[in-house]
Design a binder for this molecule. Sequence first.
Ligand SMILES: NC(=O)c1ccc[n+]([C@@H]2O[C@H](COP(=O)([O-])OP(=O)(O)OC[C@H]3O[C@@H](n4cnc5c(N)ncnc54)[C@H](OP(=O)(O)O)[C@@H]3O)[C@@H](O)[C@H]2O)c1
Length: 331
Amino acid sequence: MPKNRQILLKRRPSGMPTLDDFQLVEKERPEPGLGQVLVRNQLLSLDPYMRGRMDDGKSYMAPVELGQVMTAHTVGEVVTSNDPAFDPGEKVFLTGGWQDYAIAQAPDVRKINPALPDAAWLGPMGLPGWTAHYGLFELGHPATGETLVVSSAAGAVGSLVGQLAKAQGLRVVGIAGGPEKCAYVVNELGFDACVDYKVSEFAARLADACPNGIDIDFENVGGDVLDAIWPLLNASARIVVCGLSAHYNLTKPLPGPDLTKVLKQRVNMRGFIISDHRLHIPKAIGEMATLVGQGKLTTRNDITTGLEYAPNAFIGMLQGKNFGKTLVQVA
Ligand SMILES: NC(=O)c1ccc[n+]([C@@H]2O[C@H](COP(=O)([O-])OP(=O)(O)OC[C@H]3O[C@@H](n4cnc5c(N)ncnc54)[C@H](OP(=O)(O)O)[C@@H]3O)[C@@H](O)[C@H]2O)c1
């Protein structure tokens, strides 16, 4: 009977994972039950989200338990099938884990078109592709002529985001680590520019690459990279918080609000200026007047008498000395 090699999570890492956090074991190859298939994993996808799953309950997904096989999407071939919908030899996509063989059951195992490369089922048609497509089109709302910046631009998700945006007629600026990755992003992926975040003049170079500011930030990194993007954001810019690679291995959170909260809790952080929404104002006036008329709202006013005291009242308000709505009784 062939053996099944598995990589287990042995220990929860502190900061950057080390080899000692994993354990290679050899088990008997499992047998599929009724309605199940046995798959020989051929290609295994490694993705940054797995780092979160090595922690205890800190990820947006359930943690991998200690002693359990590390999770992963895989492409493989059906070895034995107890499901009439699958035949031995068929190519499938599944969450097969870090191991030679996996047991799976529809719908968690799907047939894939073997005419397309296996790797593409874990790239453009896999998690990176789903992520790039959804994040860009559903959250980024790209429009021709806008500028999009994407970090980890040479990586699985970033490389796809930039190419999809380019095809929509956007100016696309990548951010990546090192000259080799940046050259690839421009020369082979066709981005308009790519800035190396590891050089000291990174922020100035990013500003040069975005002469019209930034309309969409497809954020994969956070930290210093996001700091450089921040001042360049245009009015009504969209920040798609897809990933925060600079945060994943920190033992102490960075100063300021913890953006991993935005990611993990799917927080919708959106700016607005009420004067942009003039059509809403009559509705608001009508509904508020009704509530006031019915005595359903409690209000408190902080009234200063005399126009000459308006500056004092204003400064006092800015210092928190007002208690309620600040008003001046002019006459
Ligand atoms: N929200 C979702 O559902 C979802 C789904 C999939 C992926 N993601 C996120 O998308 C991002 C990209 O994922 P991927 O699969 O495409 O990985 P990837 O970009 O292929 O690989 C990770 C890259 O992160 C960059 N990186 C690592 N540490 C960094 C740091 N401290 N500062 C700056 N860059 C750093 C490195 O690129 P450089 O050499 O350029 O630094 C590295 O190549 C990740 O943050 C991931 O968590 C989110």
